[in-house]
Design a protein around this ligand. Structure first.
Ligand code: PEP
Ligand code: MG
Length: 824
């Protein structure tokens, strides 16, 4: 959803039923992100007619700041709309257009364009032109013959085939290939895609009625699991394009793991066969912590099923219902806009449920036909949908919580109560819930929340995804856990799924990831006293608080490019000094290794990198950008030196993506010229590893970026899910590469750090130390676990484990060999 204002629409009709039906139809075109549409239909007395005061009010409701298009049905509707303009403030009236467009087609066309963020004039033009496909199809400029007057065969059939402007309906069959099937997120993606086409698109599966492809819920309820044959059908001007687009989306699998499309098409997919055992807790996000419980309940009270609304009040009630649903969708979209990664995706998929046109129509029908309250209508419809999801099992069942969350939020909006969310507490706590919906976690402060335990959910549920993204230990499927009293102390293990109520002191001491009850205190050493520095990886000043709390000894990698990813032009020196000082100030007297801008490849900076490189990972990235524009590097070094002068941190600087000794020399010379005494380079390329001895003669330290060193050693894109096994940091080839560097460090007495993700793995850290690495830098949350692992082992054991892992033939055997040695 766009966060900038969009053109709003007002539908003026003599008949509330006609207006509601037209809006429902138009909303199907823009399911994922509808524009504001307000209805002004009928008289205040509930009679057929129009009312200028209501139209003026509706204009105010629809206005977001980009203007309003008013579509009218006939006769006095036009006059009432003109009169309504008189009621408005003259400035406000300036941005309102009464459009002589066909009522239904015009509304649909305007809704699609407004949803896409078009300007007021563009929306007006689209609405006005909306009749042309129909008139061209039936013969442009010809007076329309009444069917009875038509010659044999009728005027449509008499038209030559090539005169028909509207294309024929399009159809395609496709097999669902992604392991999760067309669950909520893919459904939202499809609905979002079809909104861009001028076409009515349906999806169908054998034995079920077709669902509008504009309706995420309609699609999800088809329960199209992996292997299901889906028919895509479309009509309208862009039918063929729409079908092609939906087909491509389904075939590509929405970025999920794919299953063999040639398999038995109606077999349940692997995901549904792997249903979790009810009552068997499952660890889904690593970490072992202890803390007091806070139970989150969704306290929405079931709305009264006996209440009835008088017929004359039903139109207003339906308006209220529609507005509440759209308001919830907008709020969730706005929250999603503030997030990144998978949290954003899942929240957007949930927002699409609240905006689902089929759901709106079904809920409104309860109000219109039975006189139910809007909140009761929502309770029934979304409750039914959640039940269908649960019945479908597997991933669908895991997403039922999202539906219930949307239900409760809409009801909260309608009844004016607090929407559901995570309770606020001043102390760290373990959050216990039936299940967590994406929106619940928006306000979740990872510094306060130690872990998440839910009754529902499985390894692919949103709770699991979000917990992993937030770096919180999580256990799902813990039936009965919400019965615990607030404050009960729990030990939670996100690896094994173990949950212990009121753990003993001995059991508490086995926890590894608690801020408030640390079992390990730095500085890090092996059991026989060999010192290893554990630093934090920091991408922005806000990351420093956690690093300090977790006991990191300074910063082993400050990714400066993360401070400036949104800049179109080079940040000024003063801006840079301010950003760097914020980080340095958090670590007085401690080491902070600043990496100069690592722009390019997966982290483009518009002011420094080209966007047309055929192979950016092998292109001008990192230190190589200085070949084109050395001034940016020199300015940055100057800013780092100034910030270092102003603070007491012991600042060091290093360059990313170094491939030759000559590059290292060049960097050292520039850094020293800027006044920085301690200068190093990252070893991220096999070439740098091969000349490690020579590199170490020109620098003060090296830091191995195992993320990239693995990518370049294995020739496997670090972003490719398909090649993830090659990118495993336990690959013996990578371990041997690190060994080369560690040995060079020992020969030349040069500190060798690791700041790639591998440093955060408590099982791998002892192996890395055994390979000669002297410091490890990682995300703050891993510090305790790594420190604990090292403190239990003598250096000789780390060395033996390193030798065993390097000698193995593959990552699994490397892990097993190291674990066997480390176990003693
Ligand atoms: C690395 O490559 O391991 C590294 C630490 O750098 P980045 O992940 O920022 O490329
Ligand atoms: Mg790197």
């Amino acid at each position: 959803m766009s966060s900038s204002p969009r053109v709003g629409l007002v539908v003026v009709s003599h008949s509330p039923a006609l207006a509601a039906a037209a809006v429902a139809l138009a909303s199907e075109m823009v399911a994922s992100d509808p524009p504001s549409i307000a209805i002004a239909a009928g008289t205040p007395e509930g009679e057929t007619g129009t009312d200028a005061a209501r139209i003026a009010e509706a204009i105010g409701e629809a206005e977001e700041g980009a203007g309003v298009v008013v579509l009218m049905d006939l006769g006095s509707a036009v006059m009432s709309a003109e009169l309504a303009l008189e009621f408005l403030d003259p400035d406000a009236a300036q941005s309102v257009r009464l459009v002589a467009a066909p009522f239904v087609e015009g509304l649909m066309a305007a809704a699609v364009r407004a949803a896409g963020g078009a300007s007021l004039d563009e929306v007006v033009a689209e609405a006005r032109a909306a009749l042309s496909p129909k008139s061209q199809h039936l013969g442009a400029g010809e007076p329309e013959a009444a069917p009875d007057d038509a010659p044999a065969g009728g005027s449509t059939e008499a038209a030559p085939a090539d005169a028909l402007a509207g294309p024929p309906p399009a159809v395609a069959d496709v097999i669902v290939r992604n392991v999760g099937g067309l669950h909520a997120r893919p459904a939202a993606v499809i609905a979002g895609a079809v909104a861009a086409f001028d076409a009515a698109v349906t999806l169908s599966v054998p034995g079920k009625a077709p669902a509008s492809a504009a309706s995420p819920i309609g699609i999800a309820i088809l329960i199209a699991t992996a292997g299901t044959a889906v028919r895509i059908a479309a009509s309208g001007r862009q039918a063929a394009e729409a079908v092609k687009s939906v087909r491509a989306l389904i075939e590509e699998g929405f970025g999920e793991e794919l299953v063999d499309a040639g398999g038995a098409p109606h077999e349940p997919p692997p995901s549904t066969r792997e249903l979790r055992v009810v009552g068997q807790p499952l660890g889904v996000s690593s970490g072992r912590v202890v803390g007091p419980v806070v139970v989150m309940t969704h306290d929405v009270i079931e709305p009264d099923g006996g209440a009835r609304i008088a017929p004359e009040e039903r139109t207003a009630a339906r308006d209220r219902l529609r507005r509440a649903m759209l308001q919830v969708a907008r709020t969730m979209h706005a929250q999603a806009d503030r997030l990144g990664g998978q949290r954003r995706e899942v929240l957007e998929a949930t927002a699409a449920i609240a905006a689902d046109p089929a759901l709106h129509a079904a809920a409104e029908a309860h109000v219109r036909d039975e006189g139910l309250t809007p909140e009761r209508a929502v309770w029934i419809e979304l409750g039914r949908t959640a039940a269908q999801y649960r019945e479908a099992g597997g991933r669908f069942a895991e997403r039922a919580t999202d539906i219930i969350d949307v239900r409760d939020r809409i009801i909260a909006a309608l009844t004016g109560v607090e929407p559901p969310g995570v309770p606020e507490r001043e102390h760290p706590f373990i959050l216990v819930a039936d299940d967590l919906a994406p929106a619940d976690t928006v306000g979740l402060d990872p510094a306060r929340c130690l872990a998440i335990v839910t009754e529902q959910g499985g390894p692919t549920s949103h709770t699991a995804i979000l917990a992993r993204e937030l770096g919180l230990p999580a256990v799902v499927g813990a039936a009965g856990v919400t019965a615990l009293a607030e404050g009960t102390v729990l030990l939670v293990d996100g690896d094994t799924g173990e949950i212990i109520e009121q753990p003993t002191e001995e059991q508490r001491a086995t926890a590894t990831g608690v801020v408030t009850l640390p079992p390990w205190q730095g500085p890090a050493r092996t059991a026989d006293g060999h010192r290893v520095i554990l630093g934090a990886n920091v991408g922005a000043p806000r990351d420093t608080r956690r690093a300090v709390e977790r006991g990191a000894e300074g910063v082993g990698l400050f990714r400066t490019e993360f401070c400036f990813l949104d800049r179109q032009s080079e940040p000024g020196i003063d801006d840079q000094v301010a950003a760097y000082r914020e980080v340095f100030a958090a670590f007085p007297g401690q080491k902070v290794i600043v990496r100069t801008l690592d722009a390019g490849s997966d982290k483009p900076l518009p002011f420094l990198t080209a966007d047309d490189e055929p192979n950016p990972a092998l292109g001008v990235r990192g230190f190589r950008t200085a070949r084109r524009d050395g001034a940016v590097l020199d300015n940055q070094l100057l800013a780092i030196a100034r910030a270092a002068d102003a603070e007491s941190a012991e600042v060091q600087v290093m360059a990313p993506m170094i491939a030759t000794v000559q590059e290292a020399e060049d960097f050292v010379q520039r850094a020293r010229a800027a006044g920085i005494p301690s200068v190093g380079v990252m070893i991220e390329t096999p070439s740098a590893a091969m000349v490690a001895d020579e590199l170490m003669r020109v620098v003060d330290f090296v830091s191995i970026g195992t993320n990239d060193l693995s990518q370049y050693t294995m020739a496997a894109d670090r972003q490719s899910g398909e090649l993830a096994a090659l990118a495993d940091p336990w690959q013996p080839a990578l371990l041997r590469m690190i060994r080369l560097i560690g040995e060079a460090g020992e020969r030349t007495a040069t500190p060798v750090g690791i700041c790639g993700e591998s440093a955060a793995d408590p099982a791998l850290a002892p192996v890395l130390v055994g390979l000669g690495v002297t410091s490890l830098s990682m995300s703050a949350r891993a510090v305790t676990a790594v420190g604990t692992a090292l403190s239990a082992l003598p250096l000789s054991r780390c060395r033996d484990a390193a030798a065993a892992a390097c000698a193995a033939l593959d990552p699994a055997r490397a892990r097993a060999a190291a674990a066997a040695v480390l176990a003693g």
